[in-house]
Design a binder for this molecule. Sequence first.
Ligand SMILES: N[C@@H](CCC(=O)N[C@@H](CS)C(=O)NCC(=O)O)C(=O)O
Length: 202
Amino acid sequence: MKLYYAPGACSLAPHIVAREAGLDVALDRIAFGAERKTESGRDFYDINPQGAVPTLELDTGEVLTENAVVMQYLAAQAPQAGLAPGEGMAHWRLLETLNFIATELHKGFSPLFRNPADDVRETIFATLRNRFALLERKLGDKTYLLGDTFSIADAYAFVMMTWARKFKLNLGDQPKLEAYFQRILARPAVQQALKAEGLSLS
Ligand SMILES: N[C@@H](CCC(=O)N[C@@H](CS)C(=O)NCC(=O)O)C(=O)O
């Protein structure tokens, strides 16, 4: 399998998942620009017409997109890693949480990457602060979003919290989220993924 990624983009989440799962996934870096080439020299639009990461190319040549789906696919290749509960209420909580992160956080951030005017940015920040407060409520006193065990939802939430740092969105009044961030940051698979993408966080 090959994961098309851009450093620090939402593709960091399936990258972490692949390492947590111990899967053999090759990486191919995308340079975002008008041309949008892969590091291996292909036109990325030929692989994914949306030009978006994450994009997962399977060994069959099939291409899978959409972060929440790519992560579930990767987790399913290594069920022993327990990254995505497939049964009972935990399964529905996982899907609920992935959808919340995708639609309320991930897509909430998207306009910030287009350098909005200050007043627009403040409005986006206010909404995101509210969504992070909701994420903190979902976390509660648990170690991870679904309980004691790290799941693909935590990988996704972690990347959103790295974006909060990048855009200097102060989450200082949410100490549980900060402790949760540090817990995920300390995981060896997360450290390996950050290093492979040339990122350093603290
Ligand atoms: N719906 C897609 C969206 C992915 C997405 O927004 N990817 C961003 C990086 S975080 C991207 O590739 N942006 C480049 C672009 O859309 O031109 C998903 O959930 O995977």
